[in-house]
Design a protein around this ligand. Structure first.
Ligand code: PLP
Length: 794
C-alpha cells in the first residue's frame, strides 16, 4: 500500500487531480491535506470492514467507552504512523516540494473536550487499537469544540471553535445507522446520526470505531410539527432546538451545570449509544441475555450515568424482561470511573427537570432507589442516617454518582491515592456496603503521541540506545537505566532538550515577539486554570523571586523562563484573574532592564493538544502543584516525565506514583500531604491569615497585589488578595508557599550540575513506561471489562 516513494507520489498527484481538478502547482495546502487524507481513507476502508467482520465472526466481547468528551487533537500523523508509511510519505512529499508540516497545520485540532478527562478517553482509544482489543468510543459530535482562547490586554477572551468549517476528512456519516432518541413532554423525538471516526492500531490491522452522534430533526417530526400547517417558522425553531443538543461542548469540567441542555446531551449520548450497541448485539447473537458476556459499557465519570436507567428501560420495555433479570444484565455490563472528589463537581439533577425531560427514566430511577434503599435496610436495619446518605434520590435531586455506583459492577479511581480517598472518605459508605466493586486504575497516556510523535528526536535517541522494543512494550524504557550515567547519552539527551527549547523559542518569537533564552530553565505549568491546581501559587513565587532580584541585582540564580498555558471556564472569574496576573507579571518582568533577561514570563494562548505537543518536550521543569488530595490523578505530569522534565510537585494524584517510580532524588516534592489537608479542612482550621502576619515574604507578595505595583491599579487584583488573605484558605497557597520556594531553590542548585540534571531527566524517561495508557488499558481489559485481544489478519 504505497510503501514506495514513487508509487506514493503518482497516487498523490492523481488524487489531487481527481478531488480538486488541480495540478500539484495549483493546489492549496488545504487541497493537498485533503488528498493525503483521502489516501489514508483508501488504506483504512478495507481494514475497517475487515475488523468489523472479524469481530462479528469471532463473537468476542466488545467494550464501549462512553464519554461526553474526546479530546483527540490532530489525527493525520497518528494515521500515517499507524500505517507505517509516515517516513516514506514525508520524504516523498518533500521531493515533490510539499512541506508535510504545513499540511499537518491544515488540520483543525479536534477539541471536543475540556482537559484531562477528554484526553484520557482519546489515549484509551489509541491504546485499545494498539493492543488489538475490540474497544470503541461513544461520544457527541459537537459542532463547536472547546472555545478558542485569545489573550487581549492580558484578559482571556473566548471565541467559538468552529472546527468543522473546512469539513472533517476523518469522519464517515452513517445515516443508515441513525436512531431515534425520545424525550418526554413536548420535546418529542430527535434523530441521532452517527459520524464514525476510524481508530487505527499501531502496526497492526485493527481499525476500531469512535462513534460521535449528531442531533438532527426527524423528518416525521418536522412535518408533523408544522409544515402541514404551513407554519415554517415554528418548524425552523424546532429544527434549531433539536440541533442545539449537539451544538456545543460545555466549557467547564469542574462544576456541574444544572442546565436542561446538558441533561439533554447526556441522555442523547447514552440512548443513541445503547440503542446502537443492542442493535448490533441482536444481529450478532440474537439473544439479549448474552449482554454482559458480549458487551462491556464503561462510563467515563457520571456524565453518561443515565446508561443505567436507559439500559433498564430498553431491557424491560422493549425486550420484555422482568426487573430482576434486567438489573442483573445492566449491572453486569456497566462499569464506572470516578474522576473527582470535589463536591462542587459531583453531578446532581433536580428531580423536576429530570422528570419532565425523561419521565420514563425517572420512574426507573425512582424504582432503583426504592429497591436500593430496601436492600440497604436489610443490611443496616434502622440506620436511617446511613441510608439517607447513600440514597440515589434525595433532597429533590438525583445523585448521579450514587446511581453510577449502584448500577455498575466496578467503580474505579484514577490513581492510588484517589482510590484510597474514595474508599476512606467520599464513598466510604458505598465501599463498606460493596467493597468488591472498588478498584484502582491509575491513568496513563499514549506514548505514541506524547513521545514518538511529540518528540521524534528523543524517540530516535531511545531507539539508538536500547533498540525499538519500547514502542510496543513501553516498560522496556526501563533499559535506559543503564545509560543514566553515560556521558555520551547524557549529552545527546541534553542536546535534544536544547533543540526543543530552541524550537519553542522560535515559535514564541514569531508569535509574541519575545526572546526566550534556551539556556535558561524552562519551568512550565500548562493545564486548565483552576484554584485547586494553584497557578496562583506559581505566580506568587515568581513575584517573590522578582523581589529578591530587585533587592539584590547580583543575586546568583540560574535564569528561568516561566511558561504558562491553559483555559479558564468562561464564568470562572477568579481563574480569569489569575490569567490576568500572569500576563501582568510578564509585562513587568520581561520589560524590566534591571532583570536583564534572567527571568521571563510567558502565557501562551489557546492551550490544546497540539500546543501541548510542542511545549512539553521543551520543558525542564514540570509544575504539578495542586493542593494535596484535590487532583484525582493528573496526566500532564506523566507527559512531562516521559519527555525528561523533572517534576516539582505535591504528593497528590499520580505524582505519588511518579515519585515512587523515580525515587526521591529525581523529583522535587514539597508541601502539605493529603491527610493533613483533609484533617485541617475537616476541623475548619485553615486560617491563612497567620502566615500573612508571620512570613514577611507572604506579606510582601500579597500586599503587592493591591499596592499599585502591578499594572491595572490597586483594585485589579484585589479579588486575588481577598481570596488569599480573607478567604477560607482551603487550597493552602500560603501554607505551602515557603516549602514551594525551598523546592525551587533545590531545582536551581541541581540544574547547575548539567550532568546530574541530565541523569535525573533520564531516570524520569526510563521509569515512564508504566504510565503508558497501554499498561492502563491492559489492566482495564483484564480487571474490569474481561475482554481479550482479537488479532485481525490482512
Ligand atoms: C494532558 C492534557 C490535559 C490534562 O493536564 P493535567 O495537567 O493533568 O490537568 C489538559 N489539556 C490538554 C490539552 C492535555 O493534553
Amino acid at each position: 500500500m504505497l510503501r514506495e516513494k514513487e508509487e506514493f507520489k503518482a497516487a498523490f498527484i492523481e488524487r489531487l487531480q481527481a478531488l480538486h481538478g488541480k495540478s500539484l502547482e495549483e493546489a492549496s495546502a488545504q487541497n493537498k491535506y485533503a488528498a493525503l487524507g483521502s489516501l489514508v481513507r483508501d488504506y483504512i476502508g478495507k481494514r475497517w470492514v475487515n475488523t468489523n467482520k472479524q469481530y462479528v465472526a469471532k463473537g468476542e466481547k466488545q467494550v464501549y467507552y462512553f464519554s461526553i468528551e474526546f479530546l483527540l487533537g490532530r489525527l493525520l500523523d497518528t494515521y500515517l504512523r499507524g500505517m507505517g508509511v509516515r517516513d516514506v510519505w514525508v520524504e516523498a512529499l518533500a521531493e515533490l516540494g510539499v512541506d508535510y508540516a504545513e499540511l499537518e497545520d491544515q488540520e483543525h485540532d479536534a477539541g471536543l473536550g475540556n482537559g484531562g478527562l477528554g484526553r484520557l478517553a482519546a489515549c484509551f482509544l489509541d491504546s485499545l487499537a494498539a493492543l488489538e482489543l475490540p474497544g470503541h468510543g461513544c461520544g457527541i459530535r459537537y459542532k463547536y469544540g472547546l472555545f478558542e482562547q485569545k489573550i487581549i490586554d492580558g484578559d482571556q477572551v473566548e471565541h467559538p471553535d468552529n472546527w468543522l468549517k473546512n469539513g472533517n476528512i476523518w469522519e464517515y456519516r452513517k445515516i443508515d445507522k441513525a436512531v431515534r432518541v425520545e424525550f418526554g413532554g413536548s420535546f418529542g423525538a430527535v434523530l441521532a446520526v452517527p459520524y464514525d471516526i476510524p481508530i487505527l492500531g499501531f502496526g497492526n490491522n485493527t481499525v476500531n470505531t469512535l462513534r460521535l452522534w449528531s442531533a438532527e430533526p426527524t423528518e416525521g417530526e418536522m412535518d408533523f410539527a408544522s409544515f402541514n400547517q404551513g407554519n415554517y417558522l415554528k418548524a425552523v425553531e424546532y429544527k434549531y432546538s433539536v440541533e442545539a443538543i449537539s451544538e456545543i461542548l460545555y466549557p467547564d469540567d469542574t462544576h456541574y451545570e444544572g442546565r436542561l441542555l446538558r441533561l439533554k446531551q447526556q441522555y442523547f449520548l447514552v440512548s443513541a449509544g445503547i440503542q446502537s450497541i443492542l442493535r448490533t448485539l441482536r444481529r450478532k447473537h440474537g439473544d439479549i441475555r448474552l449482554l454482559p458476556e458480549k458487551v462491556a459499557i464503561h462510563i467515563n465519570d457520571t456524565h453518561p450515568a443515565l446508561a443505567v436507567p436507559e439500559l433498564m428501560r430498553i431491557l424491560m420495555d422493549e425486550e420484555g424482561l422482568g426487573w430482576d433479570e434486567a438489573w442483573q444484565l445492566t449491572t453486569g455490563t456497566i462499569s464506572y470511573t470516578n474522576h473527582t472528589i470535589m463536591p462542587e463537581a459531583l453531578e446532581k439533577w433536580p428531580i423536576d427537570i429530570f422528570q419532565s425531560l425523561l419521565p420514563r427514566l425517572w420512574e426507573i430511577v425512582h424504582e432503583i432507589n426504592e429497591r436500593f434503599c430496601h436492600d440497604l435496610w436489610h443490611f443496616y436495619p434502622g440506620d436511617w442516617d446511613r441510608i439517607a446518605a447513600m440514597a440515589i434520590t434525595a433532597d429533590g435531586f438525583v445523585k448521579m454518582a450514587h446511581l453510577a455506583v449502584a448500577g455498575s459492577h466496578s467503580v474505579n479511581g484514577v490513581a492510588k491515592i484517589h482510590t484510597e480517598i474514595l474508599k476512606k472518605d467520599c464513598m466510604k459508605l458505598f465501599y463498606q456496603y460493596t467493597p468488591y466493586k472498588f478498584n484502582n486504575k491509575t491513568n496513563g497516556i499514549t506514548h505514541r503521541r506524547w513521545l514518538m510523535k511529540a518528540n521524534p528526536g528523543l524517540a530516535s535517541l531511545i531507539t539508538d540506545t536500547i533498540g525499538p522494543s519500547w514502542m510496543r512494550h513501553p516498560t522496556d524504557l526501563n533499559r535506559l537505566q543503564y545509560f543514566v550515567a553515560d556521558a555520551p547519552f547524557q549529552e545527546r539527551l541534553a542536546a535534544i532538550k536544547r533543540d526543543r527549547k530552541a524550537a519553542l523559542a522560535r515559535f514564541v518569537k514569531a508569535k509574541y515577539e519575545l526572546d526566550l533564552d534556551p539556556e535558561s530553565i524552562f519551568d512550565t505549568q500548562v493545564k486548565r486554570i483552576h484554584v485547586y491546581k494553584r497557578q496562583l501559587l506559581n505566580a506568587l513565587r515568581i513575584m517573590e523571586l522578582y523581589n529578591r532580584l530587585k533587592e539584590n541585582p547580583r543575586l546568583d540564580i540560574v535564569p528561568r523562563t516561566f511558561i504558562f498555558s491553559g483555559k479558564a471556564a468562561p464564568s470562572y472569574l477568579l481563574a480569569k484573574k489569575v490569567i490576568k496576573l500572569v500576563n501582568a507579571l510578564a509585562a513587568v518582568i520581561n520589560n524590566d532592564p534591571a532583570i536583564n533577561g534572567r527571568m521571563k514570563v510567558i502565557f501562551l494562548e489557546n492551550y490544546g493538544v497540539t500546543l501541548a505537543e510542542m511545549i512539553i518536550p521543551a520543558s525542564d521543569v514540570s509544575e504539578q502543584i495542586s493542593t494535596a488530595s484535590k487532583e484525582a490523578s493528573g496526566t500532564g505530569n506523566m507527559k512531562f516525565m516521559m519527555n525528561g522534565a523533572v517534576t516539582v510537585g505535591t504528593l497528590d494524584g499520580a505524582n505519588i506514583e511518579i515519585r515512587d517510580a523515580v525515587g526521591d532524588d529525581n523529583i522535587f516534592i514539597f508541601g502539605l500531604k493529603a491527610e493533613e489537608v483533609i484533617e485541617i479542612c475537616a476541623n475548619d482550621q485553615c486560617n491563612p491569615r497567620y502566615l500573612y502576619q508571620t512570613d514577611p515574604r507572604v506579606r510582601q507578595v500579597t500586599e503587592q497585589l493591591i499596592d499599585g505595583s502591578l499594572p491595572g491599579g490597586p483594585d485589579e487584583f484585589r479579588p486575588l488578595y481577598d481570596y488569599l488573605v480573607h478567604g477560607k484558605g482551603d487550597f493552602f497557597e500560603l501554607q505551602d508557599f515557603a516549602a514551594y520556594l525551598d523546592a525551587q531553590a533545590r531545582v536551581d542548585a541541581r540544574f547547575r550540575d548539567r550532568r546530574a540534571w541530565a541523569a535525573m531527566a533520564a531516570v524520569n524517561i526510563a521509569r515512564s513506561g508504566q504510565f503508558s495508557s497501554d499498561h492502563t488499558v491492559g489492566e482495564y481489559a483484564v480487571g474490569i471489562w474481561n475482554i481479550r485481544p482479537v488479532p485481525i489478519g490482512e
